[in-house]
Design a protein around this ligand. Sequence first.
Ligand code: DQA
Length: 156
Amino acid sequence: MVKKRKILVMNGPNLNFLGIREPGIYGRQSYEALVGCLKEQAEKLGVEIECYQSNHEGALIDRIQQAYFEKIDGVVINPGALTHYSYALRDAIASVEPIPFVEVHLSNVMDRESFRHVSVTKEVCIDQISGLGFESYVKGMEKLIAHFRAEDEKNS
Ligand code: DQA
């Protein structure tokens, strides 16, 4: 039996407050609802997932470094506001370069305040998906799966 790929879904500051924070922008569904939805989708896509959320930059960096030793196959990350200024998070992603990352956002960051137009993390990710709500994460998982397939073909 082929071993399932493992995807880590990471969420940064304030994403545990989904359903409470600015529902007009982020919707009325909770973080737990997001995790439930992603687990269901992962099952359909045939991958294993683990979800991790922290409000702390250092904890997110520690989790990324741990992912390297655990040989996680890929990461879907919504860094929240850290997207726009955290060079430390960017460096952490670049440090584990063999692991592909897809950056996702619930809201369409390009349609919002100008400080949100900048992403310091997206250049070290294989793609950025924004503005599709929970679907941004599903598309992120699909991107990673397509990436795994392309890598497998290259190596066969
Ligand atoms: C966000 C967009 C960021 O600008 C914001 O700081 C967030 C959430 C999104 O998912 O739309 O916390 O990453």
